[in-house]
Design a protein around this ligand. Structure first.
Ligand SMILES: Cc1cc2nc3c(=O)[nH]c(=O)nc-3n(C[C@H](O)[C@H](O)[C@H](O)COP(=O)(O)OP(=O)(O)OC[C@H]3O[C@@H](n4cnc5c(N)ncnc54)[C@H](O)[C@@H]3O)c2cc1C
Length: 407
């Protein structure tokens, strides 16, 4: 019996398509479980046979992290796309991890509520957003995925189903699985259901923006950050080189409140500031109109808030385009492929000196094993992470080698 037939007895399966290749590796089978129970069966089967598994949601960040060392089976979550429960009164929703962020947004908005995770690349699933700890402009106001997640159902490498948290905002005993799994890049388990806290949709929202010289960025950024205006987002965007930096602040709330804060923000941002739809915000800088550019590497840079203006100057000097949150200290960059290793080393050193880090998310067409994608030497607690990995996946079948330190 072929692997396709054997797995086909447990859930829907298909032959891999070209788009299923992960960094050039072709799986033997794509398994498409429709429930936690089916996912558990699939994982138990793979674990018993030592088959290497990688999880796939929408596939928008499938090439992030290190290439998997081995790949036999892709577990695709797209059929687990149910809104299991939307408790309007409690501002909480439990959903299948294969649901796309945009589809969840449509459902929640019918009831005047929203999950504030920015969909930075269209098509992302809830599971993928959690596994990569995706965050966009509104992280400044509400935090990242890990801060909104209050409950998870996860299938461990051996097929065991584990649940943590629930429908209350505080609920932790032993491992905080929600925190552990957020940002773990599918190395610890297959998330099948998650519970989030939600926010009401506000009556009004308005961006205000201004263009400034990179050397003068600190002024408007600090004036807005230190004001009483409480922006929901404060974004910067620079194409690299000598052009101006776009700065944009988002205000949300009541019609009246937003109008008065917008007027005050225009004064703080200075000459030339005005209302805008700021369509560039909430979109990775390496995305073309539809598809990611294959001419640049995708980087995630963090630093202390006070250093963001200096970081934009540093990336400008190196010809690296950068975009992201001056309110959360998380920026995304599109770096030219030429001399990429030097650019990464230089910018990583800069970020570390300014309280942050640099991760190479993606580097199309490059052998990522030649790059220090995670900056492993600079990551603390690696031994603890290895022990956690060993406890969750002792035989090493889940997303083998994708994470920091070869985890
Ligand atoms: C084996 C393992 C052990 C874990 N242990 C814990 C734990 O003890 N407590 C906990 O709260 N969460 C833990 N996690 C979960 C996860 O690491 C966190 O939720 C993560 O910190 C998310 O934060 P982030 O905003 O940096 O995410 P992201 O920016 O999405 O980062 C992705 C991952 O990259 C890693 N990373 C790579 N390079 C750097 C760098 N130079 N500086 C900083 N981070 C870097 C981080 O550890 C992070 O997990 C663990 C995950 C794994 C796989």
């Amino acid at each position: 019996m072929s692997l396709l037939d054997e797995l086909g007895a447990l859930c829907e399966v298909r032959e891999p398509w070209p788009g299923d290749l992960v960094d050039g590796l072709r799986p033997q089978v794509v398994a498409r479980p429709a429930s936690t129970a089916e996912t558990s069966e699939v994982m138990r089967f793979c674990h018993e046979r030592g088959l290497a598994v990688t999880v796939r949601g929408g596939g928008t960040k499938q090439t992030w992290g290190m290439p998997p060392a081995r790949l036999d089976v892709i577990v695709e979550t797209l059929r687990m796309d149910q809104v299991v429960e939307h408790a309007h009164g409690d501002l909480i929703a439990t959903v299948g991890t294969g649901l796309r962020l945009a589809d969840l947004d449509r459902v929640l908005r019918e009831n005047g509520q929203q999950l504030i995770i920015d969909d930075l690349v269209g098509g992302s699933t809830i599971g993928g957003a959690v596994a990569t700890n995706q965050s966009g402009p509104r992280r400044m106001a509400v935090g990242a995925a890990r801060d909104l997640l209050i409950g998870v159902t996860v299938v461990r490498a051996d097929g065991t189903v584990a649940k943590s948290g629930g429908k209350v905002v505080k609920n932790v005993a032993g491992y905080d699985l929600c925190k552990l799994l957020t940002g773990s890049f599918g190395t610890l388990g297959v998330l099948t259901e998650v519970t989030f806290r939600l926010h009401p949709v506000t009556a009004a929202s308005q961006w205000v923006s201004v263009d400034v010289d990179p050397g003068e960025l600190a002024g408007p950024v600090e004036r807005v950050l230190h004001s009483q205006l409480v922006p929901t987002a404060l974004e910067v965007d620079h194409a690299g080189g000598t052009g101006p930096v776009r700065v944009a602040a988002l205000f949300t709330g009541t019609e009246e409140g937003v109008a008065s804060r917008v007027t005050a923000a225009k004064e703080l941002l200075g000459a030339g500031a005005g209302e805008t739809d700021a369509t560039w915000t909430g979109r990775f800088p390496w995305l073309g109109d539809d598809e990611p550019s294959t001419d640049v590497a995708a980087l995630k840079l963090t630093c202390q808030l006070s250093s963001v203006p200096a970081l934009v100057q540093e990336t400008a000097r190196r010809g690296v385009a950068v975009r992201g949150s001056a309110g959360a200290g998380v920026l995304y960059a599109a770096a030219p492929m030429t001399d990429l290793a030097d650019t990464v080393a230089g910018l990583r050193g800069w970020c570390l000196r300014h309280g942050g880090s640099l991760v190479v998310l993606d580097a199309p067409g490059t052998d990522k094993t030649t790059l220090d994608v995670w900056g492993s030497d600079s990551v603390g607690g690696l031994e603890i992470m290895r022990r956690v990995k060993h406890e969750f996946d002792p035989t090493g079948v889940l997303s083998v080698g994708r994470f920091v330190g070869g985890i």
